[in-house]
Each structure stands twice: as C-alpha cells, then as structure tokens.
Write a protein that binds this ligand. Structure first.
Ligand SMILES: CC(C)(COP(=O)(O)OP(=O)(O)OC[C@H]1O[C@@H](n2cnc3c(N)ncnc32)[C@H](O)[C@@H]1OP(=O)(O)O)[C@@H](O)C(=O)NCCC(=O)NCCS
Length: 217
C-alpha cells in the first residue's frame, strides 16, 4: 500500500506493540507534542483503582505477561526478563508522556489484577493514542477490563488534546474487540504488524471526541 510521503507502509517491524514506536515517526506525524506532560493522579471506579505501576508490582505483572494463554495475541508468553523490560518501559512512558499502562487494583483486596491505560502507538505511518488492557486470566469475564478501560478512555479525552482514541486489536482477539465495542468504538481500518517474526493482521478501533461527548453527556 503506498504511504503518504512515498514510504512503504505495508509492513513495519514493531519490536513491541505497546512501546512508543511512534517515537520513530517524524514529529509532524505525532498526535501529541506536549511540552509539559499531564499529571496522573490515579483513577477510581466502583470496584477498581488505577495507579502507576511500581517495583512491587513485578510479580503481578509477570502473572499476566508470562501466561501463554493471556499472551496469545502477542504470539506467546514473555520471559520474566521481558516482563521486567515491559515494566521499565511503562516507567519511561510515565516520565516522557505523563501516562502509560497503569496497574489495575481491586479496591476490596488491594490485589493487582491487570493493567490498563493510555499509550502512544503507531498505525502504519501515523501516531495514534490508544487505550490498552491486559488482565490476569483469573479475573476475566467479570467486567473489570471494560470498567478500567472506560475510566482510562474518559481520562484521555478529559486530559489530552486528542480528537480520537484508538484500540489496536489483533483480528483473532475477540474478547479485546468486545471491550473496544463497549467503549463505543467502531472499526476504522485494517492494518498489518510484523511482530516477533509474525505477520499479524489487526483492526483499528476508534471513538471520536464528538462520539465520546454524545455518550457521556
Ligand atoms: C482483553 C481482555 C482484557 C478482555 O477481558 P474480558 O474478561 O473479556 O473483559 P471484561 O473484564 O470487560 O469482562 C466482560 C465480560 O464479563 C461479563 N461480566 C460479568 N460480570 C460483570 C459485571 N459485573 N459487569 C460487567 N460485565 C460483567 C460480561 O458479560 C462479559 O462477558 P463475556 O466475556 O461473555 O463477553 C482479556 O481477554 C485479556 O486480558 N486478554 C489478554 C491480553 C490481551 O489480549 N489484551 C488485549 C490486547 S489488544
């Protein structure tokens, strides 16, 4: 597919789909060029708390990222070292952008059950701002991912000067698509990512600011 600016965009090598690969894009393709990153003070929903991840979340994070079932969409489980790298990348995001994937904690028990939040992402040759969600398998099918993602979506539109919010979903990942749909998103395009040596067809889901305003009043 011909790309704007004449560059090939049929495939691009992405070492990690949640790291700011958009930083490799020229600045004129960035959606966000904030000089002062926003401050994240945590979020609260009826059942959950979202906060920045710390050192002490390493084991809880590894329970998600080293689980081969949870990581099917990422072409298999991460090693413990890859899981630690992931955590370091979120810290980098907090520093650079003021946001990233946050820890999702059950209010009732204080247990970290997942991660959810906002990241810079890349779709072909442009940057998008994405809501991402990955939960420990034992806590699926209880509405927690949707609850956390709704709060993250609302934070993004209230805090960031963005017109659209995206979710990049591998075409085989039906549960993730269902969360995107519950956020009020619809499919905008298909695209392909080359990740860990595999060609992965994806769908780009998105909701515009106007659609978000209509839904939230
Ligand atoms: C994507 C992912 C977070 C979705 O998890 P999920 O459990 O399907 O989503 P939710 O937590 O929102 O739960 C929704 C389900 O809980 C049910 N539910 C039960 N109690 C509920 C309640 N009190 N409130 C709302 N929903 C409830 C819903 O009916 C829905 O059922 P369904 O699974 O039959 O559709 C999960 O599959 C995951 O972590 N996957 C691995 C990582 C990944 O692929 N992430 C996405 C990358 S793009």
């Amino acid at each position: 597919m011909p790309a704007e600016g004449g560059r090939s965009s049929a495939y691009h090598e992405v070492r990690d789909p949640v790291y700011p690969v958009s930083s490799a894009l020229p600045r004129d393709r960035w959606v966000l060029t904030m000089t002062v990153p926003p401050t994240f003070e945590g979020l609260e929903t009826p059942r959950l708390r979202l906060r920045e991840m710390t050192d002490s979340d390493e084991d809880a994070l590894a329970r998600i990222l080293t689980d081969p079932v949870a990581m099917v969409a990422y072409e298999g489980a991460f090693t413990r070292e890859e899981s630690r790298d992931w955590l370091r990348r979120q810290w980098q995001r907090y520093r650079d952008d003021g946001f990233g994937l946050w820890a999702v904690v059950l209010k009732e028990t204080g247990h970290m059950i997942g991660q959810c939040g906002i990241t810079r992402q890349r779709i072909e040759d442009r940057e998008v701002i994405e809501v991402g969600y990955l939960f420990e398998r034992a806590f699926w099918h209880r509405g927690y991912a949707t609850e956390a993602a709704l709060a993250s979506r609302d934070w993004a539109f209230r805090t960031l000067p963005i017109d659209e919010l995206y979710a990049k979903v591998r075409v085989t990942n039906a549960p993730s698509m269902n969360v995107a749909i519950r956020l009020g998103m619809t499919v905008r395009q298909t695209f392909t990512v080359l990740y860990r040596g595999h060609t992965m067809p994806h769908l780009a889901f998105a909701i515009t600011r106007e659609q978000w305003e209509r839904r939230t009043g």
